[in-house]
Design a protein around this ligand. Structure first.
Ligand code: CA
Length: 502
């Protein structure tokens, strides 16, 4: 009876307040109008110079170019790893992936309870969903295919796409046979495992009836239109990653381009830009564009022959040295922009180095998200971009691949690195006068070398060894596969690299 009186009393009080135009709103309702939507658009293996806003005169990317013109271009924008899986782990958690031992691509292993983004980590969706954000991932997941690692278990309300590291673009290629063997009879390497399976929609089979990039864009446009609560959408295109497949009419649009591979690659980028246009149109139609913070970037540089991808030379990284897989600028510095009419300046080019790690930190700060658990390595970029702060967001950015076989450190003024796929000694560059890394000054600047080494060693002291090339039977088999593909990779994986640099 006492409880009934209490409830009854509240009902009367609420009614009285409503009559007088006074309402008691919950946290989510009071802030929904001001907290921005977050849209992270990720391209896959996009060359640095393969968008209009980064200098291409060939490919047509009017939608991206408009976002750049009305937003902020991050000229020194970096990802944390020069290829897919680890780069995505850093981006989605806001933590250097070496913090949790992820230095290789997760395999498509739906029965392997060890193969995925460690459950000790929180994704940006897990930080924003509890505070009222509707969360979605559309496109490429690549962070674990067994049940504990799937998007539905990692904070996402909505998933349409594929769990594997790559996917074919045409519905008629779909098969329920895993393509574990490539055409030449070799076991497939991670990115193509599961690449022809049906698409997923929220742990069920999802419809796949048109060119994949368009299908993903259509789903994203529908997602952003729904509801009035704030949303976080991670739109992870696999374009323009191989396989090289595009609609014929778009390939024709670039028929003046040689070779054929680059023509198709440009068509894939064109389709992605048109898809982004569909999403922007949906945001406009639903009145949400002005309060949506959009990030656009690539997960790593474009494939370039000099980086060892001898048969994949269709991307253009402009003046940047090397490409995908490399710790030189071509591997880790990416096309990167932000757009948010309500909170960012228009037409600005920002010079200080920023990271993909900053996406989670910015989203959690603006969305008033859950900041419990591990502290984030990124920073909220908004005060740096709106002019509130004039200092650099990061004193230094760091890279580590293959248990330290490769490493790099970049301050605003300098960069020192050692490639992970070469026996070349470390190199040191002045990034202000030599941004394209042509003049190695490591012998001339011993004190700077020592200073940068100390920064890296301090950072690295909080990392852990790569967890995903060891420990169980499955991984031993993987090592055998690696042996076939790359003798040196196996040697380095087995040999513990001294984790102090000089
Ligand atoms: Ca990639």
């Amino acid at each position: 009876m006492k409880q009934f009186t209490h409830i009854f009393g509240e009902v009367i009080l609420t009614s009285i307040l409503t009559i007088f135009g006074i309402t008691t709103l919950g946290h989510a309702e009071t802030t929904a109008a001001t907290r921005p939507n977050i849209l992270i658009i990720l391209a896959d293996d996009l060359g640095y110079a393969d968008t209009g806003f980064t200098g291409s005169k060939v490919v047509q990317t009017p939608n991206l170019d408009r976002l750049a013109a009305n937003g902020v271009v991050l000229k020194n924008g970096y990802v944390t790893h020069p290829y897919c899986g680890p780069s995505r782990s850093g981006l989605i958690t806001g933590r250097y992936q070496a913090r949790f031992g992820n230095e290789t691509n997760f395999t498509y292993s739906p029965y392997d309870l060890h193969q995925g983004l460690p459950l000790t980590e929180k994704t940006f969706a897990e930080r924003l969903k509890p505070v009222g954000y509707r969360t979605g991932i559309i496109g490429k997941w690549h962070l674990g295919a067994s049940f504990p690692f799937r998007p539905s278990q990692r904070g996402f309300d909505h998933f349409y796409g594929f769990l594997s590291g790559g996917h074919s673009y045409w519905p008629d290629s779909v098969t329920t046979q895993l393509d574990l063997y490539s055409a030449n009879g070799n076991l497939n390497y991670s990115v193509n495992e599961g690449g022809k399976l049906p698409l997923s929609r929220n742990d069920q089979v999802g419809a796949f009836e048109e060119y994949l990039t368009t299908a993903l864009s259509r789903d994203a446009a529908a997602f952003v239109k729904q509801g009035s609560e704030p949303f976080l959408l991670y739109l992870a295109y696999n374009a323009p990653h191989s396989p090289l497949e595009a609609p014929n009419e778009l390939i024709q649009k670039y028929r003046h381009v040689e070779p054929w591979a680059r023509r198709v690659y440009l068509a894939m980028i064109d389709s992605m830009d048109q898809g982004i246009g569909m999403v922007l149109e949906a945001l406009k139609e639903s009145g949400k564009l002005d309060n949506t913070l959009i990030f656009f970037l690539s997960d790593n540089g474009g494939v370039a022959p000099k980086a060892g991808y001898v048969n994949e030379d269709w991307a253009d990284n402009g003046p940047l040295r090397k490409g995908k897989g490399s710790l030189f600028e071509g591997g880790c510095r990416v096309p990167y922009l932000m757009h948010w009419p309500n909170g960012l300046p228009r037409g600005k080019v920002y010079e200080f180095p920023v990271s993909s790690l900053d996406i989670a930190a910015t989203a959690v700060a603006l969305g008033e998200g859950d900041s419990s658990g591990h502290s984030l390595d990124g920073v909220n970029l908004i005060p740096f971009l709106d002019g509130s702060r004039a200092d650099a967001p990061h004193a230094a950015l760091f890279w580590r691949i293959r248990d330290g076989a490769g490493w790099a450190v970049r301050t605003p003024a300098a960069k020192m690195l050692k490639e992970g796929y070469s026996s070349n000694p470390p190199e040191l560059f002045n990034m202000l006068s030599d941004p394209y890394e042509s003049d190695n000054m490591i012998d001339a600047r011993p004190e700077l070398r020592q200073q940068l080494a100390q920064l890296w060693n301090t950072w690295n002291s909080k990392n852990q060894s790569n967890l995903f090339l060891q420990s169980n039977e499955y991984q031993k088999k993987r090592l055998e596969l690696y042996r076939q593909l790359d003798e040196q990779l196996k040697a380095d994986a087995l040999k513990r690299i001294p984790l102090v640099i000089e």
